[in-house]
Design a protein around this ligand. Structure first.
Ligand code: SF4
Length: 464
């Protein structure tokens, strides 16, 4: 065990941590392929054309609404956030969202909505009445299916009972709560103070109000985390009996996110070996507690929606992490929101005034995007299979994309042989299979198939 910064080499997980540290590098998180970092100039008429096609079909669509406001900025944050305590900004923001929905849908959008997801930022920045106005605007603009999944991220430090009750009355049943770490010293370092009592109170209130699906987010790799302190956080998380846990590696990118310099000032950012040690510790604790390890870094109760979706190979990796597939198309509204269709990805303006100005003049508030070709879709299928299932049958691509995978991916399959500790290719079954280590370093395996990857990887986070 690591005690006061000393690693005990007799611990059996030391070898595994050393191997993971040695093989890890920096790379995309593959919450989409191509990664959002590859988006560039895009023609708005081509997006409008895509929207009209989606709207004419009967395939369901997921709707993501980004609420960018937070009452304070956590030092480790990697999201698109506007720190403010002025909650009177909420209703005006919702008015702009309502207009954006109308512009997005146009006059004849018939595709039904199978999921409404509210993320941020802190969606609970919206007071109950603003939240009701937002949901009414969505239901007025689109046909929302009766069984549509309604999910929201809530901050236990600022969510009121009235908000929880209002959300339950609006049909929300899925809840995601950020924990990150319960240790006081770590919380000092990341400037986010949240007690177990606050968190438990929100969880119990939400359950009493009718929420049935609880996810907790935790983060490894933060300064001041030790095996002892992280074990206590893991035990406290398990004690809250979440249906799902998302375990994220801290993405320290201070050149892109200057406020993360505050994290550095508070303590040394953990190295790859220490990160691997904490990751292995969390896997051991959650699986011992009966959770199923899904994909790279999620855990779910056996029989939960996500565990069932994973077993049926319906789990997908998105900007929100691993979720059960609700639709092929995700439409994102709000600042910085990303939309993803089988033929195109685009992102809204991150800058609030630019987003507002576009909407006020009846334009889609899109900043950048990418038109996908067959090569993108074939590689996305490979990367998605690896990220979600740890394996992919290249044979299925032959029929779907009209390619001979052995020829088409000849370079990649040769390169894969250099990563035999992480993955192997069985030419007889045409299946790529990750090893136990490769499952945790699956981003490295995916990087082999990423045609956009550039040698300069400083803009990406650690793959462990
Ligand atoms: S509450 Fe979440 S989104 Fe807001 S600043 Fe903290 S980490 Fe970022």
């Amino acid at each position: 065990m690591r005690v006061d910064g000393v690693i005990d080499m007799s611990c059996p997980s030391v070898d595994a941590a050393a191997r993971l540290a040695e093989w890890s590098s920096r790379g995309p998180r593959y919450t989409s392929y191509p990664s959002a970092t590859e988006l560039g100039p895009i023609s708005i008429p081509s997006v409008l054309h895509t929207l009209r096609q989606i709207g004419r079909a009967s395939d369901p669509v997921s709707l993501y609404v980004h609420i960018p406001f937070c009452r304070s900025l956590c030092a480790y944050c990697g999201c698109n956030v506007i720190p403010t305590r002025d909650v009177s900004r909420g209703p005006g923001y919702v008015d702009h969202i309502a207009t954006e929905l109308a512009v997005l849908a146009g006059p004849r959008f018939a595709a039904p909505i199978s999921e409404i997801a509210l993320g941020g930022g802190s969606p609970n920045f919206l007071e109950p009445e603003a939240m009701r106005v937002l949901i009414r605007a969505i239901e007025h603009t689109f046909e929302v299916l009766p069984d549509a999944r309604r999910s929201i991220e809530l901050d236990p430090r600022s969510t009121t009972d009235a908000q929880v009750d209002a959300l339950a009355a609006l049909g929300f049943r899925s809840l995601s709560v950020g924990v990150q770490d319960f240790d006081k010293s770590v919380q000092d370092a990341i400037r986010r103070h949240q007690s177990t009592v606050q968190t438990r109170r929100l969880v119990e209130r939400a359950r009493a109000a009718g929420f049935t699906d609880l996810n907790l987010d935790i983060v490894y790799g933060l300064p001041r985390q030790t095996e002892t302190s992280f074990t206590q956080t893991l035990e406290a998380v398990i004690d809250l009996a979440p249906d799902r846990v998302a375990l994220f590696g801290y993405a320290h990118l201070p050149d892109r996110l200057p406020h993360q310099r505050l994290v550095e000032r508070a303590g040394r950012v953990l190295d790859r070996y220490e990160r691997a040690t904490l990751l292995l510790l969390a896997i051991e604790r959650f699986t011992t507690a009966g959770y199923v390890h899904l994909g790279l870094d999620h855990f779910a109760r056996p029989g939960s929606r996500l565990a069932r979706a994973a077993a049926a190979r319906r789990m997908v990796r998105t900007f929100q992490g691993y979720i059960e597939r609700a639709a092929e198309t995700v439409l994102g509204v709000g600042t910085s929101a990303i939309s993803s269709t089988p033929t195109m990805i685009w992102q809204n303006h991150t800058d609030l005034p630019a987003w507002q100005t576009a909407i006020a003049s009846g334009r889609l508030p899109i900043a950048r995007g990418l038109v996908l070709d067959d090569d993108d879709r074939a590689r996305a299928a490979v990367i998605g299979g690896l990220m979600c299932d740890g394996e992919v049958d290249l044979g299925t691509l032959a029929a779907r994309f009209g390619i001979d995978p052995d020829t088409y991916f000849a370079r990649e399959l040769t390169e894969l042989r250099q990563l035999s500790e992480l993955a192997s290719y069985d030419a007889a079954t045409r299946t790529i299979q990750t090893t136990a280590d490769g499952r945790l370093l699956v981003r490295n395996v995916c990087m082999v198939f990423d045609r956009y990857l550039k040698p300069d990887s400083a803009r990406h986070s650690s793959t462990i």
